[in-house]
Design a binder for this molecule. Structure first.
Ligand SMILES: Cc1cc2nc3c(=O)[nH]c(=O)nc-3n(C[C@H](O)[C@H](O)[C@H](O)COP(=O)(O)OP(=O)(O)OC[C@H]3O[C@@H](n4cnc5c(N)ncnc54)[C@H](O)[C@@H]3O)c2cc1C
Length: 486
C-alpha cells in the first residue's frame, strides 16, 4: 500500500506543505528553489521550521501508516533510487526470460509486493475506486488510468475499449466529481502498426506540403517547421482498404469511450507516447476534440511533452488554431517519459535526439509552456492540467496562477501527480488552494509492467523525484525507532 492511501490526517497535510519548503532545497538540488512557495502568503516559519517541530510534523503525516508498510514503501523508493538495481530490474522485466512461466511467476510475485503496491492503485476498478474515495476525503481528485497500452490487432483493441468503458461506468458509483478524468492511451485502441503508418503519412503530407489524405478529418496543426520528420524518409504507400477500415474502427472505439465520458460527465485525458506514433495520437485527439466540442469546458485533453524541442511552437500553433475554430482546448503538460527510446531511435537513423540537449532546456520549456497556457486560459478559452512532480515548476505555475486570478473555483487549472509519488508537492499545492489530482494507474500486475519500468527509470538516481518522499519517511522511521528505545 502506498503512503498516499493513508495520509489522511488533515493537520499533517498542512504540515507537509510546510515541510516541503524546509526540505526541498538540500534534497532536490536539480532545480533551484527560491523561498517563495505554493502558498499565497509565506511567513518565515514555513520556510525554516525548527528541527523539533519537524519531527512532530512527520509523525502526524505518517501517523496512520503501520511501521511495516512504511519500511516497505521506504525500501521500494530506496531500491528504485539505485541505478544498478533499476537497470537489472528493467532488464529482467523486458527480457525473454519472462516467457518462462516459473521465472515470470517469480518476477510478478516480487513486483506485486514492492513496486506494484507502491505505484499502482489496484488490480481492478473496484480497488482503484476505493483509492479514489480515500483521496476525495483528503480533498484530492483521482484520474483513473486503466493500464492498457500497445495493442496489435482489432480484437485486443475491442477488449481494451470495453475495459475503458467499464472504468468510466464505474465512476458513476463514486462520489460526484471525485474522478477528475479518465485516461486513455490511443495505442490501446488502435493497432500500433496503423498508428505508425498514419504518422508516416501525416509527416509526409506536411513535408511535401500536399493535401492528399482521403481519410483525414478536420484537425489542429500537428507539426511546425521545427518538428522532427526523420522517421519518414521515403514516400509512404497510401492506406489500403483494410487499413482504412481499421482506422474507421479505431475512430469508432474512441467515439464510444467519449460518449461514455459525456454521459458520466468525466473528461477524457489522452496520454502522449513516442514521437514515432505521436502524430497519429495527436490527430485522433484533435479530430475527436473538434467533433465533441462543448461550450463550457473541454471534454478531451491532449498531452504535450516539454522534453521535445518543438513542443512550445506546436502548442502555440495548435492553441491559435483552436481559438480560431472556437474550440476550447484541453491541454495536459508533462515533461515526457520516453527519453531512452527517443534517443535510441534517433541515433539509429543517424539524427539528433528530438529531446532538449539539457535538462535545463526541458525545465525551461515546461515552465514557458505552462506560463503560455496560464496566460491563455486566464481570460480566454481552454483548460490546463499541469502534470508534474517538479517543485520549481509547481511553485512557478502556482504563483503565476495566483497573479492571474486562476484559482480552485475557476475549474480551469489542475495539477496532477502520479500515485505513490511527490506527496509533498501534491499536498503543498492542495493546501495552497489549487485543484490537485493523483493519476491512478491500475490493472493486473503483468499488464502494468511497462508502466512500472517507466516509473523505475524515472526514480533512479539519488536526486530523483522521490528523494523528498524518501527523506520524510526516513525521518519518521528514525523517530519511531528512537521512541521505541526511550
Ligand atoms: C499526472 C501525470 C501524467 C503523465 N502523463 C504522461 C504522458 O501522457 N506521457 C508522458 O510521456 N509522460 C507522462 N508523465 C510522466 C512525465 O512525463 C515525467 O516522466 C515525470 O512526471 C517526470 O517529470 P516531472 O515534470 O515530474 O519533472 P522532474 O521530477 O523534474 O523530472 C525530470 C525528469 O525529466 C527527465 N528529462 C527530461 N528532459 C531531459 C533532458 N533533456 N535531459 C535529461 N533529463 C531529462 C529526467 O529523466 C528527469 O528525471 C506523466 C506524469 C504525471 C505526473
Amino acid at each position: 500500500m502506498a503512503i498516499s492511501r493513508v495520509s489522511s490526517v488533515s493537520s499533517s497535510k498542512q504540515l507537509l506543505s510546510n515541510l516541503c519548503f524546509r526540505f526541498i532545497r538540500p534534497l532536490n538540488t536539480s532545480s533551484a528553489v527560491s523561498s517563495v512557495g505554493f502558498a499565497e502568503k509565506q511567513d518565515s516559519t514555513t520556510v525554516l521550521l525548527p528541527s523539533t517541530e519537524v519531527s512532530e510534523d512527520v509523525k502526524g503525516l505518517f501517523s496512520s501508516v503501520p511501521t511495516g508498510k512504511l519500511i516497505r514503501s521506504f525500501l521500494t523508493l530506496k531500491m528504485v533510487s539505485m541505478e544498478p538495481v533499476v537497470d537489472l530490474g528493467t532488464w529482467v522485466m523486458t527480457s525473454s526470460l519472462m516467457k518462462t512461466a516459473l521465472f515470470r511467476g517469480m518476477v510478478v510475485g516480487v513486483t506485486k509486493a514492492t513496486f506494484f503496491d507502491h505505484f499502482v492503485a489496484g488490480r481492478n476498478h473496484e480497488e482503484a475506486g476505493e483509492i479514489v474515495k480515500m483521496l476525495w476525503k483528503d480533498g484530492l481528485g483521482g484520474m483513473l488510468d486503466y493500464g492498457l497500452e500497445h495493442a496489435y490487432d482489432s480484437v485486443s483493441c475491442d477488449l481494451n475499449m470495453e475495459a475503458f468503458i467499464q472504468t468510466i461506468e464505474s465512476t458513476k458509483l463514486l462520489p460526484l466529481s471525485s474522478v477528475s478524468a479518465a485516461v486513455v492511451k490511443i495505442t490501446a485502441i488502435c493497432p500500433v502498426d496503423l498508428l505508425k503508418r498514419m504518422s508516416d503519412l501525416l509527416r509526409w503530407e506536411f513535408k511535401e506540403k500536399t493535401n492528399n489524405l482521403p481519410w483525414k478529418m478536420n484537425t489542429l496543426p500537428i507539426f511546425t517547421d521545427s518538428s522532427p520528420l526523420y522517421h519518414t524518409l521515403h514516400k509512404p504507400e497510401a492506406l489500403n482498404s483494410q487499413e482504412e477500415k481499421d482506422l474507421e474502427l479505431a475512430h469508432q472505439r474512441l467515439h464510444n469511450i467519449i460518449q461514455k465520458c459525456e454521459e458520466a460527465n468525466v473528461p477524457l485525458v489522452i496520454d502522449a507516447e513516442e514521437t514515432l506514433i505521436q502524430p497519429a495520437i495527436d490527430y485522433f485527439t484533435y479530430s475527436a476534440a473538434i467533433l465533441h466540442s462543448k461550450d463550457d469546458s473541454p471534454l478531451i485533453y491532449g498531452t504535450f511533452q516539454a522534453y521535445l524541442k518543438d513542443t512550445k511552437e506546436r502548442l502555440i500553433s495548435a492553441k491559435r488554431a483552436a481559438d480560431k475554430m472556437g474550440l476550447r482546448m484541453g491541454v495536459k503538460l508533462v515533461r515526457g517519459a520516453y527519453m531512452s527510446t527517443e534517443s535510441q531511435i534517433a541515433a539509429s537513423l543517424g539524427y539528433d535526439s528530438p529531446i532538449h540537449n539539457s535538462i535545463k532546456h526541458t525545465h525551461d520549456c515546461y515552465n514557458n509552456c505552462a506560463s503560455f497556457m496560464l496566460n491563455e486560459i486566464a481570460n480566454g478559452p481552454g483548460s490546463l492540467v499541469l502534470a508534474t512532480h517538479n517543485f520549481e515548476s509547481g511553485k512557478l505555475a502556482a504563483a503565476k496562477a495566483r497573479d492571474l486570478g486562476i484559482g480552485k473555483d475557476r475549474q480551469k487549472l489542475q495539477f496532477a501527480q502520479l500515485y505513490g509519488m511527490a506527496e509533498a508537492v501534491t499536498y503543498g499545492l492542495k493546501n495552497a488552494g489549487f485543484q490537485v489530482s493523483k493519476y491512478l494507474p491500475f490493472g493486473p500486475v503483468e499488464q502494468i509492467m511497462p508502466y512500472l519500468v517507466r516509473r523505475a527509470e524515472e526514480n533512479k538516481g539519488m536526486l530523483s523525484t522521490s528523494s523528498l518522499d524518501r527523506q520524510l519517511m526516513k525521518l519518521e522511521l528514525k523517530r519511531r525507532a528512537k521512541a521505541a528505545i526511550l
